[in-house]
Structure formats: structure tokens, C-alpha cells
Design a protein around this ligand. Structure first.
Ligand code: 3PG
Length: 307
């Protein structure tokens, strides 16, 4: 059995060592395709793989056609908008993710971005501000949202959340107050952090009308996916409100406009950095390898994504 790790953005070496240990101890071989620059490299590498571990790498119809022996693909991470699940099913490939494994890393990045911004980038020119007693809104309260709420408690923030899929009890137990709708969340919170998957329902969900509701000195933090924010609406808000900031873990399509007109009011990471820690790489990568082994050995289908 051959397990291929195909990552355009590689795992840390220590994570690869641990993934290899787990895989080889189970009697399977591990192949690596890291830092690849074009799809043709992936197409060649998957041709004889029985199992595939990816990060945000696109697993398309074309990739699945080339992967003649593939039985399972695991997205080492939470968001699986990069996997064509329908095509996986058509190709008899089971698809899984590893929810929760990299969530703390993403949650910490939220505060790294926020603190850097509200302290004026530590540029020594002006006084910054503090997080204590400020309102924090978590748009989405899954694994990452809960970690963010946990850290926010240490900062003494007043945390609110809106998530139609999570009960008020879970919110309360994790230190967040429930808002009855999105409007209330955006009206109440000076800082909003977005924590939701990208799908048909969430595409461009963060609209001009929502952003407009945010209080004075608003900061919107997006460590989810760039597509969940309506960029036309975002540019409109930036034009109208000089107090509005946007911090995003991945550059928006309209980055050039920000560079030209809005210096100091945004931070964009060059590559998605949320899960880019050794700990997150180890947790997600090893979990992916273990899920593959449990599937082959015992038929365990936990975290299966195929409908
Ligand atoms: C996720 O969905 O798990 C995160 O966005 C991490 O993505 P990455 O593995 O490509 O860094």
C-alpha cells in the first residue's frame, strides 16, 4: 500500500517524520510530493497511490482520473472546499477531513493579527489600543471559534457569537454569549472574527450591509476563506469609513486597491498561514495517516465527507 503526501505548501519536517513513522509502522510505504509547481506533477505522483493526504491542494476530477488505485483521500485540515466530493464518490474514493486538529493554530493567528493591528504595527508613531473589555464577535462557533473564545477570556474580552448550528448551552459553556441573528452580532462587536467553511451558503455572506453595522474602529478578521467576504462590499466600506480595518489570512482578489489606497488599515498574509505551525502540522498530518490506517484495517469511516 502506498500513501502519498502531496502538499504544495509542505508540512514541517518534524510532522513528516511522525507521519512516516506511523505509516511505516503499519506496513505501508510513504511517498512525498512537496512544493510542486504544477498539476502535472501531482497527476504523475498520484498514479500509483492507494491513499492520499493533502492540505489545500485541489483534488479535482482530473486528479481522481489519474489516481487509478486511489481508495481514500484525507484533507489534513478542516475546510474541504478543495476536494471535489462528488467526483470522489463517483471514483469510489472515500474522502475525509481532520476537524479540530489545526484549530488552535488558527485561533492564535487571530490574536497575532489583531494585536499587531491595534498596536499600530509597533511602529512607535502613535498610541495603540487594548483588547480588554472590548467586544469580540465570533461569526461561527465551531472548533476554531471555541479556541478563540477561550483565548479571548484571558484578554478580558466580552465575547459574543452567532452560529445557527450550535446550541446556546455550548456557547455559554465555552465563554460566549449568543446573538439571536447576524445583525445583532455585527451591531454589537467592534472586533469580528470569521469562522465558517466556504460553501454555497457562505459564499459572499459577509456583505456590505453587515460590515456597515459594525461600531466605530471596527476590525474584521478573516482566517476562514477569502470568498466568504463580499469584496465589492468591503471596498465600499473602506471608501466610506476610514476607521474600518480588515485582517485576512490570505490576500483578497482586490489586494492591489488596498495597497494603493488603504495602507495601515489591512494585513494580508502572503500564503494561508493559519495552520502553519509545527504543532498543527503534526496533529493534522498524523491524524490523517491514522485515519487512513484505521480505514484500511478496520473499515472505520469517521469524518467521512461523501454523502
Ligand atoms: C483548514 O481548512 O484546515 C485551514 O485553512 C488550513 O489550511 P492549510 O492546511 O492549507 O494551511
Amino acid at each position: 500500500m502506498k500513501v502519498l503526501v502531496a502538499t504544495e505548501k509542505p508540512f514541517a519536517p518534524i510532522a513528516i517524520r511522525q507521519i512516516r513513522e506511523v505509516t511505516e509502522a503499519a506496513g505501508y510505504s510513504l511517498a512525498l510530493l512537496e512544493n510542486y509547481k504544477n498539476t502535472s506533477e501531482l497527476l504523475t505522483a498520484v498514479s500509483d497511490a492507494d491513499a492520499l493526504i493533502v492540505r489545500s491542494d485541489m483534488v479535482t476530477d482530473e486528479v481522481l482520473d489519474a489516481a487509478k488505485q486511489l481508495k481514500i483521500v484525507v484533507r489534513a485540515g478542516a475546510g474541504y472546499d478543495n476536494l471535489d466530493i462528488k467526483s470522489c464518490t463517483e471514483h469510489n474514493v472515500i474522502a475525509m477531513n481532520t476537524p479540530g486538529q489545526n484549530s488552535n493554530a488558527v485561533a492564535e493567528l487571530v490574536f497575532e493579527l489583531l494585536l499587531f493591528q491595534i498596536r499600530g504595527g509597533f511602529n512607535g508613531k502613535k498610541s495603540g489600543s487594548e483588547l480588554r473589555m472590548k467586544t469580540l464577535g465570533l461569526h461561527g462557533f465551531g472548533n476554531v471559534g471555541k479556541y478563540v473564545a477561550d483565548i479571548a477570556r484571558g484578554f478580558g474580552m466580552d465575547t459574543y457569537t452567532y452560529d445557527p448550528f450550535v446550541s446556546e448551552r455550548v456557547m455559554k459553556n465555552n465563554g460566549a454569549k449568543q446573538c439571536i441573528n447576524l445583525e445583532e452580532l455585527y451591531l454589537k462587536c467592534q472586533y469580528i472574527s470569521i469562522h465558517m467553511p466556504l460553501n454555497e451558503r457562505t459564499n459572499k455572506l459577509i456583505s456590505y450591509d453587515l460590515m456597515k453595522k459594525m461600531p466605530q474602529n471596527a476590525v474584521l478578521v478573516n482566517t476562514a476563506r477569502k470568498e466568504v467576504v463580499d469584496e465589492a462590499g468591503l471596498l465600499k466600506i473602506f471608501e466610506e469609513r476610514t476607521d474600518f480595518c480588515y485582517l485576512s489570512d490570505i490576500e483578497p482578489d482586490c489586494k492591489a486597491v488596498f495597497e494603493e489606497k488603504y495602507q495601515g488599515r489591512y494585513i494580508f498574509t502572503a500564503k494561508k498561514m493559519g495552520a502553519q505551525t509545527e504543532e498543527a502540522n503534526i496533529n493534522a498530518g498524523v491524524a490523517a495517516a491514522r485515519q487512513i490506517i484505521s480505514y484500511f484495517r478496520k473499515g472505520i469511516e469517521k469524518y467521512k465527507l461523501n454523502k
